[in-house]
Design a protein around this ligand. Structure first.
Ligand SMILES: [Zn+2]
Ligand SMILES: [Zn+2]
Length: 216
């Protein structure tokens, strides 16, 4: 399984453009998921193009929450490739979306791939099970990292966390994790790096992270 950051506040590779927002492509054997779409669809598509990612390979878009910096690019993306969209229950789908699934409760979306459900009425996170270990991908972590990790842990042990962590500063919560890749709105990136240098992974547009395939 391959996770490629295609939209982020920071840049990892030359030739890509950073902007406030987040999106990543998660390529697995059963399904290719676009997690969030950044703020600007043209920029999203441009970064994908530079990364050699054909939008045609994407099977589904998973939106963490309705904020513009995660959902702003959705309409433009659907103009290029019409795919099912998985949204938190409280978020209104754009007119272009033809097939929409609204999520309230935690559920298995594909074998070994789950949503935490819409937590605190605002945001869902993606959970991928790889054997006994979990990868959790978050948008802004508005419901709080502790609540997200707790919701995810019903499916196994959280080993990897990727995404925007906002003002999260209870770093001891990450003790059981193997890696953390704080991106986007994370205010304390440097502090996380200082606190957990062995777990910390640099993000940025163009960053590619490899994980084992999901196991249902
Ligand atoms: Zn955000
Ligand atoms: Zn947000």
């Amino acid at each position: 399984m391959k996770l490629t950051i295609v939209y982020d506040n920071e840049r990892w590779s030359e030739g890509l453009v950073s902007d406030w927002g987040f999106s990543c492509l998660i390529q697995t054997d059963p399904v290719n998921i676009l997690f969030d779409t950044g703020a600007n669809g043209l920029l999203l598509l441009r970064n994908m193009n530079k990364l050699g990612v054909n939008p045609g390979i994407i099977d589904v878009v998973f939106i963490s929450h309705g904020h513009w910096d995660h959902m702003g690019g959705l309409s433009s993306f659907l103009g290029v490739k019409q795919v099912p969209v998985i949204l938190p229950a409280s978020v209104r789908a754009p007119g272009r979306a033809e097939e929409v699934t609204k999520i309230k409760e935690s559920v298995e979306l594909y074998p070994g791939i789950y949503t935490t459900g819409e937590l605190k009425g605002i945001e869902q996170s993606l959970v991928i099970r790889m054997g006994g270990e979990l990868l959790v991908v978050v948008g802004c972590a508005h419901p709080g990292v502790a609540n997200i990790l707790k919701a995810a842990s019903q499916y196994g042990e959280v080993a990897h966390l990727v995404g925007g962590l906002h003002g999260f500063d209870d770093f001891s919560l990450l003790e059981g994790l193997k890696t953390v890749c704080p991106v986007h709105c994370t205010q304390h990136k440097l502090d996380i790096k200082l606190f957990w240098p062995d777990k910390w992974v640099q993000g940025g547009v163009g960053r590619v992270l490899e994980f084992p395939e999901p196991v249902g």
